[in-house]
Write a protein that binds this ligand. Structure first.
Ligand code: UDP
Length: 242
């Protein structure tokens, strides 16, 4: 139940509540879908539970690979216990195939494979529309140190390698995705860890055989069947909502 919890922050798709212990939070997954900087909105029954399920599967798998992260455990259909971190206000976009904003921005053809993985950074600022920024902006604006960004890029590439293989094995192409990182206070100092979520809300996932979209583009592009597509991703990952 969330009624007696102290709400700390409400975002577009998730709510953060105070956790049971110091240094913990509860991340609650809403059914709300937004696109185009929240100009388009809908409530899609079951989306939050599926994103929670999928993300709660992927974070421990990345942990086993040695990627530090904020996830502790999934505690209900829509909630997970996480470690409190200070979010680095940079969205990291990892692209294997051209799709979405990069096509309109740079004139690329959707579906064209990129000759190597491309990492882009966006300033996490809804009021400004999350503009693309360079590593130099991140340094000059003091958003993260060059050392922190080296760690973030290295982790992002490892996460991409792992997730690309994981999805390939279930007949899904990982086209692109967005990651967020945070600073975690530990006994040994501050550590950069993976935060937020990894789900079809922030990945582009295409069926390997048909190129059918199995991600939030079903909502952005009015294709319908979003919850069915997310369910199919969960099913192929061997996950089910009990
Ligand atoms: N993405 C996201 N949140 C954002 C922007 C992008 O999760 O605020 C994800 C998006 O789902 C896609 C990838 O990052 O998997 C690249 O998105 P893109 O820059 O193409 O933007 P979009 O076309 O979604 O506006």
């Amino acid at each position: 139940m969330t009624a007696d919890r102290e709400k700390l922050y409400e975002g577009k798709a998730k709510i953060l509540y105070k956790g049971p212990d110091a240094g913990t939070l509860i991340q609650y997954f809403k059914d709300d879908a937004t696109a185009f900087n929240a100009q388009k909105k809908a409530v899609l029954d079951g989306k939050g539970a599926l994103n929670n399920l999928i993300s709660a599967h992927l974070f421990p798998a990345l942990g086993a690979l040695g990627i530090p992260h904020h996830f502790i455990e999934r505690i209900s259909d829509r909630e997970q216990l996480i470690k409190q971190v200070q979010i680095v206000p940079v969205e990291v976009i990892i692209r294997n195939v051209a799709a979405g904003s990069i096509c309109s921005r740079l004139g690329l053809t959707e579906g064209a494979p990129l000759p190597k993985t491309l990492i882009e950074f966006c300033l996490k600022d809804d009021a400004l529309g999350d503009p693309v920024i360079a590593a130099e902006h991140i340094d000059v604006l003091g958003l993260a140190t060059p050392f922190e960004m080296d760690e973030i890029v290295e982790m992002s590439l490892r996460i991409n390698d792992f997730l690309s293989g994981l999805f390939m094995a279930i007949g899904v192409k990982l086209i692109d995705f967005k990651l967020e990182f945070g600073r975690l206070e530990t006994e040994d100092g501050v550590q950069i860890v993976l935060a937020d979520e990894i789900s079809p809300d922030n990945c582009r996932l295409w069926d390997s055989d048909t190129d059918e979209k199995m991600d939030k583009d079903r909502f952005r592009r009015d294709l319908g069947g979003l919850v069915e597509a997310y369910s199919e991703i969960a099913r192929r990952l061997g996950l089910s909502l009990s």
